[in-house]
Design a protein around this ligand. Structure first.
Ligand code: ADP
Ligand code: CA
Ligand code: CA
Ligand code: CA
Ligand code: CA
Length: 414
């Protein structure tokens, strides 16, 4: 056994999730953080031993920077929990000779058109869809059954995702999604239009090891109706009959195998349509940039952060060494923006944090920050992470929160 703690480069973590860093420290890792632009790492949390300022928007230069640091003092792995950084992290792993997702797989999980094609070809349950490669070609989706969902192939956080009920509104929705994505994400190659799936939504946190998938938790995400898809609740474990759980486990494992996510964490979203799981998309990362690690630990005793770092250094994730045993319920409440404009105040979060069931309140927006409404996205106001005896208690707790937290604006939106 080496006395050295393995060093892992963590690309663009959210710094305001203390449990992520606590898990890494407890599992015996040292972290070298590549910060997001504007992040303040002057007083980094343990176990951060180094900071590498790299512009991941210029992958060649960023990888040259990583190489130089690796030559001075080698890393044993590189990982990210941030959706947008998955392709860069895969490329960097390959270039440095470290374990990682194949670059082609990292590209596929960032492309909703590629996911749809792979899953349809693999015979998985999938809505009918069209890939629109120029806004002028919007009418290629007119033969779908409405309502449909319009979304950028490379999107995340529901940016530019909208439901369209009427074919007469399709052109406008495609053009709007195209323009918004180009402005917000710096580029777009395609918009996916797919038939709207009616049914409750679930998120599945899984851990892969050499092509074998362990399902760690299944959480209930409500039944979003649109037309825009602001994040709301995440309550785990979902209250589902054993047959539905088994069907979800089969479908998600098959979806991950088909797209090639064989190792490491994944966050898969699906809807149950007449009880049949239809996968919406998957991400090759921990859900919520690390939020799901808190949830999976409380619900299933699985430490996704520790396991993701183990996979990053080529070790066996503990979720594959012992059976996963249900042990409780946990939840995330995403405080709704409840308006738009410049935030004047966010009230009630202290009271919420003092609640005995609440472990963490992560506030991301505050006074002076500007909220642009969906389908645009300017960040989540706050996450409330709580732990409960069972899923029913989580639901009851969430019902209290709208009355407890209030965001007020200096400028009223339209
Ligand atoms: P993103 O990567 O931006 O999160 P998603 O494909 O997950 O994009 O879409 C965001 C949300 O929009 C989903 O969580 C879901 O609620 C809704 N949605 C997307 N596609 C569909 C669909 N085909 N049917 C029903 N709802 C959908
Ligand atoms: Ca999603
Ligand atoms: Ca996504
Ligand atoms: Ca979502
Ligand atoms: Ca508390």
């Amino acid at each position: 056994v080496s006395a050295r703690r393995p060093r892992v480069v963590l690309v663009q973590p959210r710094l305001n999730m203390p449990w992520v860093f606590a898990s890494a420290a407890e599992a015996g890792f040292d972290l070298v953080v590549v910060p997001r632009p504007g992040d303040d790492l002057s007083d980094p949390p343990a176990p951060v031993v180094g900071v590498l300022e790299l512009d991941t928007g210029d992958p060649e230069a960023a990888i040259a920077g990583l190489r130089a640091a690796h030559a001075r003092r080698p890393f044993q792995g590189i990982a990210t929990f941030f959706e947008a950084a998955v392709p860069f992290t895969a490329l960097a792993a390959r270039e440095l000779g470290l374990p990682g997702l194949p670059v082609s797989v990292a590209a596929a999980v960032r492309d909703k058109s590629a996911m749809r094609m792979v899953w349809t070809a693999a015979g998985l349950h999938s809505p009918r869809f069209r890939t629109i490669t120029s806004p002028r070609r919007w009418s290629e989706a007119l033969d779908l059954r409405f309502p449909v969902v319009v979304k950028p192939a490379n999107g995340f956080s529901s940016i530019a995702v909208s439901k369209v009920d009427d074919p007469a509104h399709l052109e406008l929705a495609v053009v709007a999604a195209w323009d918004l994505t180009r402005r917000q994400l710096g580029g777009i190659d395609a918009v996916v239009v797919e038939e709207f799936l009616t049914g409750p939504e679930y998120a599945v946190e899984a851990m892969g090891h050499r092509g074998e998938t362990r399902i760690c938790t299944i959480g209930y995400k409500g039944e979003p109706q649109g037309p825009y898809f602001e994040e709301g609740v995440y309550q785990a474990p979902a209250d589902l009959p054993a047959a539905a759980v088994a069907a979800i486990e089969r479908e998600v494992s098959a979806a991950l195998a088909a797209i090639g996510v064989e190792d490491g964490p994944s966050h898969t979203e699906l809807r149950l349509v007449d009880g049949v799981p239809h996968v919406l998309e998957t991400g090759a990362r921990i859900g919520g940039s690390g939020v799901s690690s808190y949830l999976a630990k409380e619900v299933a005793g699985v430490d996704l952060v520790a396991d993701a770092l183990r996979v990053a250094v080529g070790a066996v994730p503990h979720s594959h060494l012992r059976p996963i045993v249900a042990r409780g319920a946990a939840a995330n409440y995403i405080v709704p923006c409840g308006g738009q404009g410049v935030i004047a105040a966010v009230d009630g979060l202290d009271e919420v944090a003092a609640h005995p069931d609440v472990d963490h309140v992560v506030q991301m927006l505050g006074p002076g920050d500007t909220v642009r409404p969906y389908p645009d996205f300017s960040g989540y106001p706050a996450f409330v992470l709580s732990r409960h005896a069972d899923a029913k208690a989580a639901v009851a707790f969430h019902e209290q929160l709208p009355a407890m937290v209030r965001i007020s604006y200096t400028e009223e939106g339209a």
